[in-house]
Design a protein around this ligand. Sequence first.
Ligand SMILES: Cc1c2[nH]c(c1CCC(=O)O)Cc1[nH]c(c(CCC(=O)O)c1C)Cc1[nH]c(c(CCC(=O)O)c1C)Cc1[nH]c(c(C)c1CCC(=O)O)C2
Length: 344
Amino acid sequence: MIFVDACFGKETPYTPVWMMRQAGRYLPEYMEVRRKVGNFLDMTRNPEVAAEVTLQPIDILDVDAAILFSDILNLPMEMGLPLRFEKGVGPIFDKTISTEEDIDALDASADEKISYVYEAVKLIRERLNPEKALIGFAGSPWTIATYMVEGRGSKQYAKIKKMVYANPMLLHRLLAFNTKETIEYLSKQIEAGANAVMIFDSWGGALEREKFFEFSWNYMKEIARTLKQKYPHIPVIGFSKGVGLYMGDMDGDFDVIGVDWNTPIDYALGIFKDNYTLQGNMDPTRLYSKSATKDAVEKIARIMKGHRHIFNLGHGILPDVPVENAKYFVDLCKEVSRKLREES
Ligand SMILES: Cc1c2[nH]c(c1CCC(=O)O)Cc1[nH]c(c(CCC(=O)O)c1C)Cc1[nH]c(c(CCC(=O)O)c1C)Cc1[nH]c(c(C)c1CCC(=O)O)C2
């Protein structure tokens, strides 16, 4: 699999490409399934539907990897926090974590209750072209904790940051619980057939540097270390958003580091060299214009020429991007990187 080879820094005929949120609302085929099923969460809980939607961008865009269709919040939901999505707001947990007792009440069998995800992974791996990788994923312990404590997306993170400074031991307990569940969850995705796993730390950047390492990156490292010991042949991708300036201190048993669009990729390359494969990092809004897409793809390809790289966006694709432009991006990444290899 060219995607897995690139994760390990092996030579590939071109730079593989996929897009965060590639199975989503910009695809009319996705919207049709969502209309039929009724809502997003039910889609994630139905293995047949999750498999169908996961495979859509493979057929339509010919990306090099499929990413499991699910959400990072399914795991905390199965820990016993009912989840709903509200239009214009996003995810909401009506029950939140604020005390020891709340943590004690969390269900440690969440990694078993979520078996519909493993069923989906099996179905997808059966149906997916053997040359294409299937990426499993989870949220980082910190990022899922932000939702478990705040109850919803937040601008200030006032509740969880109050915990960081006023009750750090309580937060560490929650993070340790999330870490243990996440290791089990990702292990089971791997056992079911996932070829790589990614940890999404969307809100790592809400923390100042020392606190980012203490409350987020160290737990991600623990997950990577444990998984690499158990499954050395499975690449682990770490993606923290908004932490470009902390990169000099980021290490761990990852194979791939995701780079968000705020962090210039030449800056990330200067820090990580070829110790990791870098994944990213076109600004997703460039997909509104083909010429803006072309400029960025050519620039990123030139910077990463001869280095370990996987093309991706620097965050998820937006719902109103024309499918044609997404297809243009995917084709161009392959074409440009192939040509650059022939040049040298
Ligand atoms: C923070 C976060 C969430 N979910 C996720 C993150 C981390 C990555 C990031 O920073 O975006 C991760 C995620 N969410 C989804 C995937 C599936 C795989 C993929 O295609 O990338 C993945 C990997 C599907 C989804 N998750 C969600 C959708 C949209 C559901 C719909 O309306 O049909 C999809 C396809 C819903 C979701 N889920 C979440 C939010 C805030 C929202 C609402 C915002 C939005 O609507 O885009 C939580």
